[in-house]
Ligand binder design. Structure first.
Ligand code: ITT
Length: 195
C-alpha cells in the first residue's frame, strides 16, 4: 500500500519510513511541487487534518492515501508552550536550531534548569472516503542544554522518561520504540489495514 506523506519535514519523513516499513512511503514532494500550507487550526488534530486534506486535494488522485503529522513539545514550566506553535516558536520561518535555543532560554528564564515536558503527535489519514485521526505522546524532561545531534527539532534537549540521555544522544532505535510518532503510527497502521 502506498502512503503519501503530507510533510516537508525531513526528520518526520525519515522516522515515518522507518516505522512504516510494511508500506511504500513517499513524501508528497515526489509527486507535486511543495507548497505552503497555512496551519491556522487550534489543535494538533485539526492541523493534521488540514495538511492531509490540502495535499489530497492538490494531488487530485482519488486512489491515494495521505498521511499527515502535526506534532510539538509542551513544557510544564511554560504552561504547555510551545505546543501547537512548536514549529514557529522563534517566529515564522525559524529553523530547528533557533526554536531549540529559544525553548532552552525560556525554560532558564522561568528559573529552572529542567522541566517535565511531553511531545504530542496527531496523525491524520485521508482517502477519498475516509478521514481518521490518532494521537501518541512521549513524556520526559526538557533541559536547558542541548546534548547530541541525533533525531531532529527539540530532541537534543529532551530526555525520555526512564532514560538518562537525550534523544540527541540515544540511538534512533530508542526513539522508534517509544516516541509520540511511533505510538500514533502504530494506531494508524491498524486503521490502514482495514481501509
Ligand atoms: P510539516 O508541517 O510540513 O509536517 P513541520 O516541521 O512544520 O512540518 P509541525 O507543524 O508539526 O511540522 O511542527 C512540529 C514542530 O515540533 C517542529 O518544530 C518540530 O521540529 C517539532 N517536533 C515534532 N516532532 C518532533 C520530534 O519527534 N522530535 C523533535 N522535535 C519535534
Amino acid at each position: 500500500m502506498k502512503l503519501v506523506l503530507a510533510t516537508s519535514n525531513k526528520g518526520k519523513v525519515r522516522e515515518i519510513k522507518a516505522i512504516c516499513q510494511d508500506f511504500e512511503v513517499i513524501p508528497y514532494s515526489d509527486l507535486i511541487q511543495e507548497f505552503e500550507i497555512i496551519e491556522d487550526a487550534h489543535t494538533f488534530k485539526s492541523n493534521a487534518l488540514l495538511k492531509a486534506h490540502a495535499v489530497f486535494d492538490a494531488i487530485g488522485d482519488e486512489n491515494i492515501i495521505v498521511i499527515a503529522d502535526d506534532s510539538g513539545i509542551s513544557v510544564d514550566v511554560l504552561n504547555g508552550a510551545p505546543g501547537i506553535y512548536s514549529a514557529r516558536y522563534s517566529g515564522k520561518g525559524a529553523d530547528d536550531r533557533e526554536n531549540l535555543n529559544t525553548l532552552m532560554k525560556n525554560i532558564k528564564a522561568a528559573g529552572v534548569e529542567s522541566s517535565p515536558a511531553y511531545y504530542t503527535a496527531a496523525i491524520a489519514i485521508v482517502t477519498k472516503d475516509v478521514e481518521r485521526t490518532v494521537h501518541g505522546w512521549m513524556h520526559g524532561t526538557a533541559l536547558t542544554q542541548a546534548r547530541g545531534d541525533g533525531g531532529f527539532g527539540y530532541d537534543p534537549m529532551f530526555i525520555p522518561l526512564g532514560h538518562k540521555k537525550t534523544l540527541g544522544e540515544l540511538d534512533d532505535a530508542v526513539k522508534r520504540e517509544l516516541s509520540h510518532r511511533s505510538k500514533a503510527l502504530n494506531l494508524a497502521k491498524k486503521i490502514l489495514k482495514i481501509l
